[in-house]
Design a protein around this ligand. Structure first.
Ligand SMILES: Nc1nc2c(c(=O)[nH]1)N[C@H]1C(S)=C(S)[C@@H](COP(=O)(O)O)O[C@H]1N2
Ligand SMILES: [Mo]
Length: 207
């Protein structure tokens, strides 16, 4: 995994989706203020249509098997960054511990201050989806989501919810903060799934 070395232009071209441009550095983008981290009251809840709902305090979360994923990041406003090495816990690890019921088809990420995003369980179970507390070996800064954010590398970055506090399994497509404001429920940057008017007729039901 080559993180900071020069890249071949063709390699870059293959990794920047249509309508996106590669940027230097790492932009900060979110709606509203940055929530404070209060370790004494912080928890991550995993709940909804699962066999065993549970909550983890921060130490318990970090003690789960750790995973590192090398991922690109694509914001629907047009910027892309490459090779963000994220460290955290795989979403699959969290989901297996909860045991989703057969009716669970969707996952809603809940954040401090009420931001939400939703995705199909199928997309969430991809092996590069994780909840992360570090990037390129450094703890996340508060503006990038510390103490915990979701990372869904293959979807536009509004799905990568910062200041994550809950993962809810559901049988319904409960649209998140941007999804109710006209953005696409699946949000794959390669076919440019930006806006909800592009969704097929099936998007409200089965993922
Ligand atoms: N809680 C929360 N998470 C959020 C957002 C937000 O407004 N609130 N914005 C999203 C959007 S639109 C983007 S592009 C990414 C940006 O992450 P970054 O600031 O670490 O680059 O965070 C996503 N996660
Ligand atoms: Mo974004």
């Amino acid at each position: 995994m080559k993180l900071f070395g020069p890249r071949h232009p063709e390699e870059v071209a293959h990794r920047v989706p249509p309508g996106q441009r590669l940027v230097k550095g790492w932009p900060v983008l979110h709606y509203g203020p940055i929530p404070p981290f209060r370790p004494d009251s912080w928890d991550l809840r995993v709940y909804g249509l699962v066999e065993n709902d549970y909550r983890l305090i921060y130490e318990e979360l970090k003690a789960l098997p750790n995973a590192t994923v090398d991922a690109d990041m694509h914001c629907v406003t047009g910027w892309t960054t490459l090779d963000n090495a994220w460290t955290g816990v795989s979403f699959r690890t969290l989901a297996e511990r909860a045991g989703p019921r057969p009716e669970a088809m969707w996952v809603i990420a809940h954040c401090d201050h009420g931001y939400t995003s939703n995705l199909s369980l199928q997309a969430m179970l991809d092996d590069d989806v994780l909840v992360a507390w570090a990037n390129r070996g450094e703890e996340l800064t508060p503006e990038h989501g510390y103490p915990l954010r979701l990372v869904v590398p293959k979807r536009y970055a509004w799905k990568s919810a910062k200041w994550l506090r809950g993962l809810e399994f559901s049988d319904r497509n409960k649209r998140g903060f941007w999804e109710v404001r006209g953005y696409h429920v699946h949000a794959d940057p390669w076919p440019e799934e930006r806006y909800s008017y592009q969704e097929g007729p099936g998007a409200e039901g089965e993922p």
